[in-house]
Design a protein around this ligand. Structure first.
Ligand code: SAH
Ligand code: SF4
Length: 385
């Protein structure tokens, strides 16, 4: 069977090399060719012995999921739809900013958590992504962007596991993928610049703290269990007190001294001054008087099947005010890429059942990717339209 080398972290690649009768240090060379240089063909890996290149060509490959489509937003955001087989597609979104380039990565095809306000949740769960499918999103995006921006240095400086799926419900492949992101022989991202976002899988938060403590974002969305049970069904298994206690334990290992709470602003559902005050009381009851969390308010991105509406701008401002007045750093997330359905919770378009995705894939297979116009050395925003 052909091994896809994107499935391995450095340790796994070293074991693979040993199986081939090669020295472990060859794995480091190979790993650098693949992840730092974006090489997919063994014949290009000029400092590997010809005998090894030939051996690899016979038993291994470097393959990311095929790109079905690419959309460029007016604000420079780029969304890619990847075919992961059997009619399933997942998305990655690149968000350029002045001081960083962030890639939003998917961890599952669909999601089993089923949050009411999330289009992925409405799709249901198809399957977990393999390491090659998670890291393949970064591998493809980073090297695609370098080529198209004619850059030799790193383009993607931050990764957020905020695409489709609940990363902590695909734990082992997630951790292996994170290790590749952090490895100095691969992408060399700092632990502070890699964020796992979770709806609150408490036992896995504890494991992540030990296995690979990157920055943590927790999707809170409600200040009490009754409302959160309704919005995020996983709350029935891991209620708020347990979740916040897990956040405190995580902080001991975290690369930053705070947890980010995401809060999707839903009109009339969770966005009143009373909700904000209850939220302040909730977080202040933990952390022993320290400020230990930040809030990121996300204006809801509507989709028809949700039956929910976005909070008004004034409700968002008033809500943020209550939190900041209590000394909690609060930001309101700018909606990026909503003209191409790349905003949070809009991934893979409107809620599509899997047959519809399958049809779309069949239709798009024959279409080539729209080439981006490239201005050498140009900054992405504004120049690639
Ligand atoms: N499953 C993980 C990560 C993916 S979702 C999680 O839930 O944290 C990433 C973020 O987008 C989460 O905070 C999620 O609550 C939010 N989100 C989902 N659907 C949304 C929507 N329609 N509008 C705004 N934010 C949404
Ligand atoms: Fe899954 Fe996150 Fe969407 Fe909830 S918000 S359904 S956990 S992807």
């Amino acid at each position: 069977m052909t091994a896809n080398l994107l499935d391995y972290d450095l340790e796994g690649l070293a074991a693979f090399c040993e199986q081939l009768g090669e020295k472990r240090f060859r794995a480091t060379q190979l790993f650098r060719w693949i992840h730092q240089r974006g090489a997919a063909r063994f014949s290009d890996m000029s400092d590997l012995a010809r005998s090894l290149r030939e051996k690899l060509a016979g038993c291994a490959e470097v393959v990311a999921p095929p790109v079905l489509s690419q959309h460029l937003s007016g604000d420079g955001t780029i969304k890619w739809l990847f075919d992961v087989g059997d009619g399933n597609a997942v998305e990655a979104v690149f968000i350029p900013e002045d001081d960083r380039g962030t890639l939003c990565v998917s961890s599952q095809a669909g999601c089993a958590v089923g949050c009411r306000f999330c289009s992925t949740g409405h799709q249901g769960f198809s399957r977990n992504l393999r390491v090659s499918e998670i890291i393949g999103q970064l591998w493809f995006a980073e090297h695609f962007l370098r080529r198209h921006l004619a850059r030799s240095d790193r383009v993607i400086s931050n990764v957020v596991m905020m695409g489709m799926g609940e990363p902590l419900q695909n734990y082992q492949p997630l951790v292996q993928s994170l290790r590749v992101m952090l490895d100095d022989h691969a992408y060399g991202l700092s632990r502070r610049r890699v964020t796992v976002s979770t709806s609150g899988v408490v036992p896995k938060i504890d494991r992540l703290a030990l296995d690979c403590p990157v920055a943590l974002a927790v999707s809170l969305h409600a200040p009490n269990d009754m409302l959160r049970d309704n919005l995020v069904p996983l709350n029935r298994t891991y209620p708020l007190q347990e979740l916040l206690a897990a956040c405190q334990r995580y902080l001991v290992h975290a690369p930053r001294d705070f947890i980010t709470f995401e809060y999707c602003m839903l009109d009339g559902v969770n966005d009143t001054a009373e909700h904000a005050a209850a939220l302040v009381a909730l977080v202040q009851a933990h952390g022993g008087g320290r400020t230990w969390c930040k809030f990121n308010l996300i204006p809801f991105n509507p989709f028809p099947a949700s039956g929910l509406l976005r909070s008004s701008a004034s409700a968002v401002v008033a809500f943020a005010r209550v939190l900041t007045d209590a000394g909690i750093v609060t930001t309101v997330r700018k909606t990026r890429g909503d003209d191409i359905d790349a905003a949070c919770g809009q991934l893979a378009g409107d809620v599509m059942d899997r047959t519809a995705v399958g049809k779309r894939i069949a239709k798009q297979r024959s279409i080539s990717i729209t080439p981006l116009r490239t201005v050498p050395g140009a900054h992405l925003t504004g120049d690639l339209k």
